[in-house]
Design a protein. Structure first.
Length: 82
């Protein structure tokens, strides 16, 4: 069992147009990820991941357009070692 926290500090950009200066901002946020791994046999294991555990909505780009980051998502992987 494990996890991690990714912290992004507040960022902003100022855009100058003929109509004035506009500021686009993204506030600070933290993304929390969790995973667990289970050794099924000596050679085979399963791992489950949860990314963005609290389903935080955030922008990945503050310049010119809004690009939302990935919502909460899950994955399961199997690994077999010879």
């Amino acid at each position: 069992v494990g996890g991690g926290v990714n912290w992004q500090n507040r960022v902003y950009t100022d855009t100058v147009t003929p109509y004035g200066t506009f500021r686009a901002e993204q506030g600070s946020y933290a993304l929390v990820d969790l995973f667990t791994r289970y050794q099924v046999t000596k050679n085979f294991s399963l791992q489950g991941n949860v990314n963005n555990l609290f389903d935080k909505t955030y922008d990945t780009n503050v310049e010119g357009s809004i690009v939302y980051g990935a919502p909460r998502n899950f994955s399961i992987t199997g690994t077999y070692q010879f």
